[in-house]
Write a protein of this length. Structure first.
Ligand SMILES: Nc1nc(=O)c2c([nH]1)NC[C@@H]1CN(c3ccc(C(=O)N[C@@H](CCC(=O)O)C(=O)O)cc3)CN21
Ligand SMILES: CC(C)C(=O)C(=O)O
Ligand SMILES: [Mg+2]
Length: 259
């Protein structure tokens, strides 16, 4: 967006991280279903449940004062049944306190997006690589053929029309993301989608250098994994060599008769 600061978005899954992310001035905090990989030890996002999303979203909301918190609707929480889809989206706002939901979008989510927006649930759409379709798409780049690129442009317009307030574009060519950004009046937020989106998002563990093996489009802006490992080594070393706990960490009650 020419002349305006890009929107910054990062994920968070717990209150402490959310507090740090908010303090950094990030505009939007996403409780991503990447929770499955980043926190819960799964190798895809598919096992993540509604209850887990509600629990972690609540933690993030409690860790923030006024950040805009968006929560992912996890695999199979939407689509199968209209009533259930609405109830699940509603839980993220009513029980967990999220401000909006994000939905991995496709032809099947246009009507649902419209319905949720009508009911008062703000929806962020998500096109390109949609990791809940890992069994169909893998984690490969999307929108690389003429036909696939046109489908993404059409779906982006359809979701704007349906009332989505923003659109995540994941792992698509930079020129396609730039075109979609031009096509739309709602802001696009890219991840692996080049520099011309209105904003950028990363998984926080990737951004701080905590993830062991991050996607090719991510950048580590620190080495938290090394700092973390060093601190743990120092703790173990200090207990083993007797330097921890020191007098400062201990207290003695002189009046006790311990004979
Ligand atoms: N830590 C983390 N960061 C993420 O960005 C992220 C997750 N977890 N979990 C959910 C999805 C998975 N993501 C990924 C993961 C791997 C690739 C990747 O390695 N892509 C390769 C080839 C993969 C293939 O063809 O199957 C590529 O070159 O595109 C891309 C996106 C993005 N999301
Ligand atoms: C990477 C973002 C867009 C996401 O959907 C997630 O973290 O789950
Ligand atoms: Mg997600």
């Amino acid at each position: 967006m020419a002349g305006e600061d890009p929107i910054t978005m990062l994920t968070a899954y717990d209150a402490t991280t959310a507090e740090l992310v908010e303090a950094s001035g990030v505009d939007v905090i996403l409780v991503g279903d990447s929770l499955g990989n980043a926190v819960l030890g799964h190798d895809s996002t598919l096992p993540v449940t509604m209850d887990q999303m509600v629990s972690h979203t609540g933690a993030v909301v409690r860790g923030t004062d006024e950040a805009l918190v968006v929560a992912d609707l996890p695999f199979l929480s939407i689509g199968a049944d209209r009533g259930d889809s609405i109830e699940h989206a509603g839980r993220l706002l009513k029980e967990a306190g999220a401000n909006a939901v994000k939905i991995e979008s496709g032809p099947h989510t246009v009507e649902l997006t419209e319905r949720l927006v009508d009911l008062g649930i703000p929806v962020m759409a998500h096109l390109g690589l949609t990791p809940q379709h890992i069994n169909r798409l893998g984690y490969a780049r999307q929108g690389t053929s003429q036909e696939a690129a046109e489908e993404i442009r059409d779906l982006a317009r359809a979701h704007e029309e349906a009332g989505a307030f923003s659109l995540v574009l994941e792992h698509v060519p930079a020129n396609l993301a730039a075109t979609v950004t031009d096509d739309l009046s709602i802001p696009t937020i890219g991840i692996g989608a080049g520099p011309d989106c209105d904003g950028q998002v990363l998984v926080v563990d990737d951004a701080v250098g905590l993830t062991e093996s991050a996607p090719p489009f991510a950048e580590a802006f620190g080495d938290v994994r090394e700092a973390y490992a060093d601190a743990l080594d120092d703790y173990v070393g200090a207990v083993e060599d007797g330097s921890f706990p020191a007098d400062d960490h201990s207290h003695v009650a002189d009046d006790l008769d311990l004979e």
